[in-house]
Design a protein around this ligand. Structure first.
Ligand SMILES: *[C@@H]1O[C@H](CO)[C@@H](O)[C@H](O)[C@H]1NC(C)=O
Ligand SMILES: *[C@@H]1O[C@H](CO)[C@@H](O)[C@H](O)[C@H]1NC(C)=O
Length: 490
């Protein structure tokens, strides 16, 4: 460089930095979910864009949350008739509220499970129709194939992205906590029942069995139609290169894992930023008492009116200021210390995003879980002394007020959350940087097959070494009737 004159030098440095910046940059095809899952994925997309990657997002003509135009991603739009949207969600919620508040009998529990299951079944039906529409659109598929994407990034709770990666024959990376049949680890890592608490054990969808045997076949039908019956949907699902898990072991209970699982819990959390002026004034006016945030998450706009009144009345009795993300019916009992706002992120219903934010910022939680994994998420915080859980069927002004007061006055809740926050933040690399490293790793090496165990393709007998045990027993003359099992696994 010292031998070059100045203009050449500048050009040369420019060229080097240009090459440097482009060499790892890839073309990433993102197949996201809706609602809070999209909000979460969007943060990752922004970060990938700022690392120089080019991002294409697959949406539908009926997408709910995914913006039609953006500076940091391109769009591919699939034609659909139906979608998972506000109406779909509202109907489920109304049924859940009605059932849940009727009381804790077995029929209520069974009714809830049936409602959740039917909703999930219909939801995956909608996604399968979307996948069919995508695969039959020859122009679209040709265009996607010709673009030569480096990888598909998807949330495997919906299956369209998994099948698209198979169609395009490119590596697959997950932003994951849930798959169609339950928690992600259960599909690839050993999960001894003795110390791994089953998720969905609370009021949510404990229907792993039914999901697996009724929902996966919906996806299998699409696979069979477009790829042939020998391609098993379950194998495509389990065969992803990297699983970026939205948990860490500050939040999740310790468990066996696999080399291609990367923990990025809390990747979306950032240091607090200044508030917009109208909130800042309100918050400052709380003086020494501080502020309570309340939100029921992205999917839920409102809870039933009588419940809203009771919660508002309880808040009105507190010296703290309250910021409540709430739309619709305005409670008659609203105190002058409570501000209703359109959107604020918080903790209370127990969604993964909010819980991770609470851990990151060390804020204790009063939780009212509604559905999905929310009860299990809150349970993990409760076990660690950072949260108190109320159930939808019993929440009223008195117990709500008592719980809020207890969590505010009993210092242990705050101390426990602050301890979790310190543990969570004490990592060699920020979880978002870690996630991006692994995505770029997959781009550089065209997959990560060396990290992936192929054990999921083994027959059950072989996986559990039953064939070996039975072979030994049979040789000892103990069993004759075991041939079928040996034959099926050899
Ligand atoms: C995708 O493109 C490759 C060539 O780049 C071609 O061989 C392949 O048949 C195409 N696949 C589909 C499904 O069009
Ligand atoms: C809020 O209401 C309380 C009691 O209802 C009253 O004492 C207080 O002055 C009110 N504060 C404001 C700012 O209006």
């Amino acid at each position: 460089l010292i031998f070059l004159h100045k203009p050449e030098k500048v050009f040369f440095i420019f060229l080097i930095s240009f090459l440097w910046n482009t060499c790892d940059c890839g073309k990433i095809l993102v197949v996201p979910l809706e609602g809070s899952h999209w909000i979460n994925m969007d943060i990752m997309i922004k970060a990938l864009h700022s690392h120089g990657h080019s991002i294409t997002v697959v949406r539908t003509t009926k997408s709910w949350y995914i913006q039609g135009n953006s500076e940091y991603y391109n769009l591919v739009t699939v034609n659909v008739e139906e979608a998972f949207d506000h109406e779909f969600m509202k109907l489920i919620l109304e049924k859940i509220f009605a059932l849940e508040r009727r009381g804790g009998s077995f029929t209520t529990f069974a009714g809830l499970q049936l409602e959740m299951f039917t909703a999930m079944y219909n939801l995956h039906g909608i996604i399968c129709k979307m996948a069919r529409s995508m695969f039959t659109d020859e122009d679209l598929m040709k265009r996607l194939n010709e673009t030569k994407y480096d990888l598909v990034l998807t949330d495997p709770a919906w299956g369209a992205g998994i099948m698209l990666a198979h169609f395009l024959k490119i590596p697959l990376v997950y932003n994951v906590r849930w798959i169609t049949s339950g928690e992600g680890h259960l599909a690839i890592a050993p999960s001894p029942l003795s110390y791994i608490p089953m998720t969905g054990s609370g009021l949510s969808d404990k229907m792993d069995f039914l999901q697996r045997f009724l929902i996966d076949p919906q996806y299998q039908a699409v696979c069979t139609e477009f790829f042939g019956a020998e391609i098993r949907y379950r194998h495509l699902l389990q065969g992803a290169d990297i699983w970026l898990m939205r948990v860490d072991f500050v939040f999740e209970f310790p468990r066996p894992t696999m080399p291609n699982v990367v923990y990025m819990g809390g990747f979306q959390c950032k240091p607090a930023k200044p508030l917009p002026p109208h909130l800042e004034n309100f918050v400052q006016s709380s003086g020494e008492h501080g502020v309570i945030l309340m939100s029921m998450g992205t999917f839920v706009d409102e809870v039933p009116n009588d419940m809203t009144d009771q919660i508002a009345a309880a808040f009105a009795k507190l010296p703290q200021k309250v910021i409540w993300k709430h739309k619709g019916y305005r409670p008659t009992t609203l105190g002058n210390n409570t501000l209703l706002v359109d959107w604020i992120l918080f903790v209370a219903h127990g969604g993964t995003n909010g819980i991770q934010e609470a851990i990151y910022h060390g804020v204790p939680v009063v939780g009212i879980p509604l559905f999905f994994d929310q009860y299990d998420n809150l349970l993990r915080l409760k076990e660690r002394g950072g949260a108190k859980i109320l159930t939808l069927s019993t929440v009223d002004e008195d117990n709500f007020l008592n719980s809020v007061k207890e969590v505010l006055s009993d210092q242990s809740y705050r101390e426990n959350m602050q301890r979790l926050s310190r543990l969570h933040r004490d990592q060699p690399i920020h979880p978002l940087d870690n996630a991006i490293f692994w995505i770029e790793f997959v781009i550089r090496h065209k997959g990560a097959a060396h990290l992936r165990s192929e054990s999921y393709k083994m027959p059950l007998c072989a996986y559990n070494s039953l064939d070996v045990i039975i072979f030994v027993l049979a040789r000892e003359g103990l069993f004759d009737y075991t041939k079928c099992c040996i034959n099926s696994s050899l």
